[in-house]
Design a protein around this ligand. Structure first.
Ligand SMILES: Cc1ncc(COP(=O)(O)O)c(C=O)c1O
Length: 384
């Protein structure tokens, strides 16, 4: 059955999920949903296998050699909190950029207030270009981390991770990547890109359910755990176990959600990330071309023809972004997001701090005819 809504809010969370995702979750829920890693009965062992198979699928997607270096979390935000709070120490200096999401910025600002870290946010152009020369100038002896969103959730631009990884390494720092907008939609190779930590959502481009996400931690990176508690291993010890993933995964796992995530990742692997990117890029170009032909519409981020993720954010002169999104929803059954997108730094970069922006974002299975309907609706709205 075709969904009755045209869903263009994939940057927030993907929907609908491929049917295999729900099927995998139901199969586990009604079949083997025992507590993974707790007990030796057959169902618990099966649940543990579900978790390990999901790690294996993710390791294959991101070119990670040891699946146990992937820690499951409930979303990107919790992965970023573990990475940032688990790594930084009083007096450390961090280099971030002017496109960061609040999920990076707020933990950094919290540590600035509480333990006295220092942070530089390097400027990005309104087209989404980061000047590596400016990044280089920010390094100090105390710099221990470079953190960067792989793609801005407002501009859709793609950051030069490989170069940032190299720079971080040269200066003895680590690179933490926020892959909220690229996991499953843009190729990521943690080895080639010299990524030391990768935070990702399960519920966006990886097509899993909400409540899933993860953090890859390179073998040489040792974090202070954020959560302390039961792991089902080394129970006689007072310390968290030293082995991964247990060290960072206290408490009963979301086995049902992870089963859905594994099914989503396998769907991505079957299709191929390059193909997904290409398909989504073509749709964004179609949207941009049409939107830019409408009087008063200005599209944010990289120009037509340049790489971008599946996000097209825009404004219509003299009109409120929230009103446009409301009309799209109520009159045309088209779901987009409007206003501020949890990234004041991104809005400052894009010059949209005053009223935010409308953001339409495509996904795994967005159809050309859905974009045509969106364009037709925007033509009506912009002509009023
Ligand atoms: C760039 C970026 N970082 C982090 C997040 C937070 O992701 P999550 O909702 O999975 O915690 C988002 C969510 O939209 C995002 O776009």
């Amino acid at each position: 059955m075709e969904p009755s809504v045209i869903y263009l809010d994939h940057a927030a969370t993907s929907w609908p999920k491929p049917p295999v995702v729900g099927e995998a979750m139901m199969a586990i829920l009604n079949g083997q949903a025992a507590s993974a890693g707790r007990g030796n009965h057959n169902m618990a062992i099966q649940a543990g296998r579900v978790m390990f198979n999901a790690r294996k699928a993710l390791a294959s997607l991101f070119h990670i050699s040891n699946p146990n270096d992937i820690i499951f979390t409930s979303n990107t935000t919790s992965a970023l909190n573990l990475a940032i709070k688990g790594w930084l120490k009083p007096g450390d200096h961090v280099i971030a950029t002017m496109i960061e999401h609040n999920s990076v910025r707020r933990p950094l600002e919290y540590l600035k207030r509480t333990i006295g870290i220092q942070v530089d946010y390097v400027a990005v152009s309104d087209q989404g270009q980061l000047d590596l020369g400016s990044v280089k100038k920010c390094f100090r002896p105390e710099t221990t981390m470079v953190v960067c969103s792989h793609s801005s959730n407002l501009l859709g631009c793609i950051m030069p991770l490989q170069e940032l990884g190299r720079l971080a390494k040269e200066h003895g720092a680590i690179l933490l990547v926020d892959a909220a907008q690229t996991a499953g939609t843009f190729p990521i190779n943690v080895t080639e890109m010299e990524i030391d930590m990768l935070a990702f959502p399960g519920h966006k481009g990886l097509l899993g359910p909400q409540g899933t996400g993860g953090l890859y931690i390179a073998p040489h990176v040792e974090l202070e755990p954020l959560l302390h508690g039961g792991t089902g291993s080394q129970s006689e010890e007072l310390e968290q176990p030293s082995v991964r993933p247990d060290r960072y995964e206290a408490g009963t796992a979301n086995t049902v959600g992870i089963a859905g995530l594994a099914a989503g990742v396998n769907a991505v692997l079957e299709d191929g990330v390059e193909r997904i990117y290409e398909r989504q890029w073509k749709l964004t170009q179609m949207m941009m071309r049409e939107l830019e032909s409408m009087p008063g519409v200005s599209v944010i981020g990289p120009r037509l023809g340049l790489p971008r993720t599946g996000i097209v954010a825009y404004n219509l002169e003299g009109r409120d972004a929230a009103e446009i999104a409301f009309t799209l929803d109520r009159k045309y059954q088209i779901a987009v997001r409007a206003g501020y997108h949890c990234t004041p730094l991104g809005h400052e970069t894009a010059g949209t701090l005053a009223g935010g922006a409308v953001r339409a974002s495509v996904g795994f299975d967005t159809k050309e005819k859905e974009i045509e309907a969106f364009i037709a609706a925007m033509r009506h709205i912009s002509a009023q």
